[in-house]
Design a protein around this ligand. Structure first.
Ligand code: OAD
Length: 228
């Protein structure tokens, strides 16, 4: 089976009702990155940071995977599909995709701030993390999110996957955040690249086919193009 590698971003989940970060009205217009998404912010005002992610989690519980997520799952009949997502939601999982690598962490997990950095699943019935919630060793819990200024531990794994791609697909990312955006540079020469996004995104690739559509329509069209 050919390997179909898909890099997804916030636009993948937009039609499920989760707002993106950088579109008009997006999350980073309503919250400053420096206030809620950096290790310094967590040191300075952990309550605010925890509340921000508690809200994200609460919202996640109200939405469903869309036909874009589901369409990617269906492609597993024809391809060895590997999803590399920058999203911290679990909508690819809910849609049933088998291979998902989260580059920027996962909303429904927490991590210890202690040396071990143990990761725990969050009970969907009790999604709020507050100051004072500790791991079994007594360290404060934090969101299992890669914040700005932190290393992206899964990037090497992602690079290895991209190097094996027979087809590479980009869906709903502004390609502004590194190192994720740099993954395009590891796509092997000659491999076709498809870009699904309703807006202009600058991607440097000689073999690119742009599908200027939302994720749902775009995945439908992609399926028609590659499953001929
Ligand atoms: P952005 O908000 O930067 O980009 C979202 C992209 O989705 C844009 O290119 C939009 O045009 C596109 N888009 C909007 N609606 C769409 C739709 N219906 N279907 C398909 N695409 C659509 O989000 P990301 O590129 O994912 O990191 O942002 C990357 C990282 O920056 C995030 O993972 C997050 C953020 O800060 C952290 O929080 C660590």
């Amino acid at each position: 089976m050919k390997k179909l590698v898909v890099l997804t971003g916030a636009g993948m989940s937009a039609e499920s009702g989760i707002s993106t970060f950088r579109d008009a009205g997006g999350l980073w217009e309503q919250h400053r990155i420096e206030d809620v998404a950096t290790p310094e912010a967590f040191r300075k005002n952990p309550e605010l940071v925890l509340r921000f992610y508690n809200e994200r989690r609460k919202q996640l519980l109200t939405v469903q995977p869309n036909y874009g997520h589901k369409g990617l799952e269906k492609l597993e009949k024809y391809f060895d599909v590997q999803i590399i997502t920058q999203n911290v939601d679990n909508l690819h999982e809910q849609a049933g995709s088998s291979n998902i690598l989260h580059l920027h962490g996962e909303l429904m997990k927490v991590r210890s701030t202690g040396q071990g950095a143990e990761v725990y699943n969050i009970d969907p019935r009790n999604i709020d993390i507050i100051v004072g919630d500790k791991c079994t060793k007594g360290y404060q819990l934090r969101p299992h999110i890669v914040w700005f200024g932190e290393a992206v531990p899964e990037i090497e794994t992602a690079i290895d996957i991209v190097k094996q791609a027979d087809i590479f697909v980009i869906i709903g990312t502004s390609m502004q955040v590194y190192p994720a955006a740099g993954l395009i540079n590891y796509v092997p020469k000659g491999v076709p690249v498809y870009l699904i996004d309703p807006n202009e995104v600058s991607v440097n690739s000689p073999n690119i086919t742009v599908l200027k559509k939302g994720a749902i329509e775009g995945v439908k069209e992609l399926t028609n193009l590659i499953c001929k």
